[in-house]
Write a protein that binds this ligand. Structure first.
Ligand code: ATP
Ligand code: MG
Length: 187
């Protein structure tokens, strides 16, 4: 730890940089961490856009909260539900590409200062999107746009490309004891 801090101090300081952040791992907290950053960024007046690539079946609280910040927080739910429940993979791939096209447009337009690509990792690990093409677009982000990617099973290429990678470690989850998803915590 000390070594890393020390090395950082030796390097030339970079005052401002658009970051690619990745929250991955099997533990809980990836999407909610990204939402925490949204809360922080909006406090500075930064417009935030969140694209959810996989549509869950819950009525997520954050979908309602987003409506309270109509000028600062844009939330787009794309995707068709979970692929492992799907009976039509072609339609899933088409939905994934459509969702990615929207993300690409958002990056190009450069309006938002924080862009959250929620559960994007799956589209790469399942090979629904071309990893290299995605990485190229992520790298083309404007100077004042941070991007957060969340999801389990991040591909090595994405990990290599990110400036910050945090792995949520599943030490304990109430689900293992048969506790159902709790309102306000899981959805
Ligand atoms: P959250 O949205 O709560 O931050 P997450 O984004 O880290 O969770 P996902 O992989 O997107 O987690 O899974 C979403 C759902 O799965 C949530 O309801 C979450 O509580 C649940 N979950 C996350 N980790 C675990 C786990 N280790 N065991 C069981 N369920 C889990
Ligand atoms: Mg999540």
């Amino acid at each position: 730890m000390f070594l890393r801090v020390h090395q950082g101090m030796d390097n030339k300081k970079i005052r401002k940089k658009s970051l690619l952040l990745l929250f991955t791992g099997n533990g809980k907290g990836k999407t909610t961490s990204a939402l925490g950053l949204a809360f922080r960024a909006m406090g500075h007046g930064f417009p935030v856009c969140m694209i959810q690539f996989i549509k869950g079946s819950w009525r997520y609280g954050e979908l309602e909260t987003a409506k309270l910040f109509p000028t600062l927080f844009e939330l787009r739910v794309m995707g068709r539900g979970f692929t492992w429940q799907s009976e039509d993979l072609d339609k899933d791939v088409a939905a994934a590409r459509e969702a990615w096209a929207f993300a690409e447009k958002t990056i190009r337009e450069g309006h938002c200062r924080l862009l959250i690509l929620d559960e994007l990792t799956y589209l790469l690990s399942y090979g629904m999107l071309d990893e290299q093409a995605v990485l190229t677009v992520l790298a083309s982000r404007p100077e004042n746009m941070h991007i957060v990617v969340t999801g389990r099973a991040a591909t090595p290429g994405l990990i290599a490309a990110a400036d910050l990678v945090t792995e949520m470690l599943d030490i304990k989850h109430p689900y293992a004891k048969g506790v159902m998803a709790q309102q306000g915590i899981e959805f």
